[in-house]
Design a binder for this molecule. Structure first.
Ligand code: MRU
Length: 374
């Protein structure tokens, strides 16, 4: 696997905010648990380290964890080649199954994980079918390794391009004035540029916008990560507590809401960061638009409604503390659902890299997404 030192694998259109660096040594992930106070990287050169980084939110955001899983797949396959001398199709197939399972189960809600792993698995299956009559040597498998590396980079590259396209489709939908966003959907949560935050970035080039950033308890993706990105981009914003939205919408300060997604069902039901559903209800009541921005890799067309989306429950200690400080009584119990489901009927439009999708979603989502999804 000879390559020149520090051969950095990064898409040509990479963003000014770089959430990770991938080179021949491995994957360096900007530790999102520590931002914005510290900018430190976590180094992952094994499959287990990549899985742990996804599970523990070193890297988070649906598209970002999908891309990381694809890179993790490549790293896992490299580890396998380094550990073994004798190979057989059966042994390789077993290993691919093991790598896939470890990665796709790192977090349950964002379908991008499974989507990316399936794409990498598909590449392996195609390659192994082509060489099934030949003896399996290390040289053959190194060839597969380089194909996997290329595919992971392609997934990353496509995500960045998709975000730019989505931003372009969505920019005209955002009205002037205050726009509210929840969680973090920017460069840190994607391959670069961002989904909902990418739309805001693009709209800001053309009109006066002020961003209301929900702090997004308990991990504070809004207060820590979205605010960090907006500061770097010089886009005006203010952080608000998660329960401020109703008051500010009623006062006429917020003209539209835009969020990302972790999984979208055939009928438009959308899983996203906990608190999204309450925002959609507020938007509906106050008759302001509620937009979702997501790439086609976030659509799960195998499920007809949000009922089938598994919701991740995270440790209660994340809720019982604020940062490292315990805020609740020692015997307190807490629920920590990481996501909720917003019914499609509360969503004004879904902005994708292939165009803007309007209701009725069950008809219009497959028209735009189906057939084109890998
Ligand atoms: O728990 P997280 O931080 O991974 O949750 C992220 C979100 O809910 C985002 O809104 C979603 O993944 C879209 S990111 C472009």
């Amino acid at each position: 696997m000879k390559k020149k030192k520090n051969d950095i694998k990064t898409p040509s259109q990479a963003d000014i905010i770089q959430a990770w660096i991938w080179n021949e040594e491995g994957l360096f992930l900007l530790d999102q648990r520590k931002l914005p106070l510290e900018e430190k990287y976590v180094f992952c050169n094994t499959l287990n380290k990549v899985r742990k980084a996804i599970k523990e939110l070193v890297v988070r955001g649906a598209p970002a964890i999908g891309i990381c899983a694809a890179i993790g797949f490549t790293i896992g396959f490299k580890n396998f080649l380094e550990r073994n001398k004798n190979f057989s199709i059966r042994r390789i197939t077993e290993e691919i199954g093991k790598i896939s399972l470890l990665l796709e189960t790192a977090r349950p809600t964002a379908v991008n994980l499974k989507w990316a792993v399936n794409r990498m698995k598909g590449v392996c299956e195609k390659f192994l079918k082509e060489v099934e009559k030949e003896p399996i040597t290390l040289k053959t498998l190194k060839e597969l390794y380089f194909i996997l590396e290329k595919e992971a980079l392609k997934i990353w590259e496509e995500d960045v391009k998709g975000n730019l396209s989505m931003a372009n489709f969505g920019k005209d939908l955002i009205p002037e004035g205050g726009v509210l966003t929840h969680c973090n959907t920017g460069a840190l949560a994607t391959g670069g540029y961002g989904t909902a935050l990418g739309v805001i970035r693009e709209a800001y080039k053309h009109k006066k916008i002020f961003v209301f950033v929900d702090e997004t308890r308990p991990f504070l993706q809004g207060a820590r990560l979205t605010a960090w990105e907006l500061s770097k981009l010089n886009i005006p914003y203010a952080i608000i507590t998660d329960n401020s939205a109703g008051y500010l919408i009623k006062k006429g300060k917020i003209k539209a809401i835009i969020v990302g997604a972790d999984r979208i069902a055939l009928n438009g039901d959308t899983a996203n960061k906990i608190g999204t559903y309450s925002l959609a209800v507020l938007a509906h009541y106050h008759k302001i638009p509620f937009f979702v921005a997501a790439p086609s890799s976030t659509f799960d067309l195998e499920i007809s409604s949000g009922e089938e989306i598994p919701i991740e429950e995270r440790p209660s200690k994340e809720v019982l503390s604020c940062g490292k400080t315990r805020v609740a009584p020692l015997n307190a119990k807490a629920y920590n659902f990481a996501f909720d489901i917003t019914p499609g009927k509360l969503i004004t439009a879904i902005i994708t890299e292939k165009g803007v999708i309007y209701p009725p979603y069950s008809q219009n989502i497959p028209k735009i997404i189906k057939g084109n999804k890998n």
